[in-house]
Design a protein around this ligand. Sequence first.
Ligand code: ADP
Length: 192
Amino acid sequence: MEYSREELIKAVSEQMPAQRWQHTVGVMGSSIKLAERYGADVQQAELAAILHDVAKYWPVKRMEAVIKDNNLSKDLLFYDKPLWHAEVGAYVAEHDYGVTDTEVLDAIRYHTSGRIGMTLLDKVVCLADYIEPGRDYPGVDRIRSLAEISLEQGLIAGIDSTINLLISRGQIIYPLTVFARNDLIKQMEANL
Ligand SMILES: Nc1ncnc2c1ncn2[C@@H]1O[C@H](COP(=O)(O)OP(=O)(O)O)[C@@H](O)[C@H]1O
């Protein structure tokens, strides 16, 4: 099914509380700015941002069923539930909203965890999620400042804040995020 931009915005916004939609609008704006700043495709960035949290308010059982029934990353099921919505979101974007652009689908899929070899688009959407104007958590201003200097530095600082939070809560860490962080540091070293 083909959705116009406006139809898609309407359909996605109806799937979440107003506050979460405000967050999404923030991520759309920040994704566009980062895409312009770092040379990513603005339309792809906005589309991924619109859809990135589409499954955020799905019941856990429904997310679990989509992951199990469609052979998505089952290892996710061993980890924090907030991670699931990204993988399910990519599935929903493709199957319910007709998104065929695999770069956009991957940016949705990896917006929470990151991955090894993050694309420019992955980085833009993941970092926008950390710094959109509605975000307010310890260290967000530093991440915003770093995002103006370097996508990778901003993203590493964002991932560090997530890892620190998980450690402070005594929670387990989905290893892909650690691999993503290592890879980003290696990329920065290679560009020195
Ligand atoms: N590597 C990870 N391992 C375990 N949990 C993670 C990891 N990365 C993110 N999370 C979980 O996902 C949450 C962030 O997900 P996100 O979609 O950005 O949520 P929100 O938009 O509500 O902040 C973290 O607070 C943490 O609970």
